[in-house]
Structures are given as C-alpha cells and as structure tokens.
Design a protein around this ligand. Structure first.
Ligand code: ZN
Length: 146
C-alpha cells in the first residue's frame, strides 16, 4: 500500500516539472547531420546528444555541434571560428564561444557527447553547426524555439 502511494506521488510530481526535450543527432563520414531541424519549447530543458557514427579518424573527420545564439548564422560563425584559429584538434576557439549557447566536445568515430542547456525564452530560429574545418557549409541545421 505504502509503495502504491509513493508511486502515484512521484507520478504527479513529474507532471509538474517543466517539459524537457531529448534530441539525438548523428554526424557521419559524408559530413552530414541526420537531423537538420528540431523544435523545442521556450525555457524548457534540452538534452542534446551528438554521436559520430562515422569510421574515419578523428583528425580527418571529427565532428562537434555548436548551437548558436539568435542572429548568428552557421556559415558566418564557421568562418569566424576559422579566422580565430579553428583546427582539426580544436575546432572551437575560446574567443568565439560568446556567440554560442551550447557546444559538444569534438568527437571521433563511435564517440558521443551530451550537452544540457535551457532553451532560450525568445521564440525564433537558432542555427547549429559543426566547426571542424571545412564542415560548416554542409553540417548545419536549425533549432526552432516555439
Ligand atoms: Zn563535422
């Protein structure tokens, strides 16, 4: 009896927690994210996982994911990161992180990384990109905050 009461209490409690989104994106050897757009609700907790599903060595085909602040474009940011010294072992220089909301580690084949953040309160479109040199033109997508 005690157990049943406890379970239903937990169930009700969970219902009050702000909604959360879990997004999983794969990056592969052809420089593609398999998810090019996803939606979240303003202010909700987001758990974003990037998996590198490729087989090529990290130094040749590493991937990361960088979620950008509103108004920052994937292409513009990719160029800025390169200009700031982005390379195959450090694709996200510290000096450009101010333009980003969240970012993963650089991943080699078979690796994955999960980053958690709170979705912006301001609705709109936020771009994301892989900043491994040469990838930003192909590996990008949009998060829509509703
Ligand atoms: Zn990449």
């Amino acid at each position: 009896m005690k157990k049943i009461i406890l379970s239903s209490f937990l169930f009700v409690t969970v219902g009050f927690i702000v909604s959360a989104a879990e997004i999983v994106i794969n990056g592969n050897d052809t420089m593609q994210f398999d998810v090019k757009a996803f939606d979240v609700k303003a202010g909700e907790k987001v758990s974003l996982t990037l998996k590198n599903s490729g087989k090529l060595p990290k130094i040749a085909m590493g991937h990361n994911i960088v979620l950008l602040k509103k108004g920052v474009t994937a292409i513009g940011f990719g160029q800025k990161a390169l200009g700031a010294g982005a390379n195959a072992t450090n694709p996200l220089p510290d000096s450009v992180k101010a333009d980003a909301i969240a970012w993963s580690k650089l991943l080699g084949p078979g690796e994955s990384d999960t980053v958690s953040f709170t979705a912006p309160k301001e609705p709109g479109i936020y771009e994301y990109v892989c900043t491994f040199p040469g990838h930003f033109a192909m590996m990008r997508g949009t998060m829509t905050v509703k």
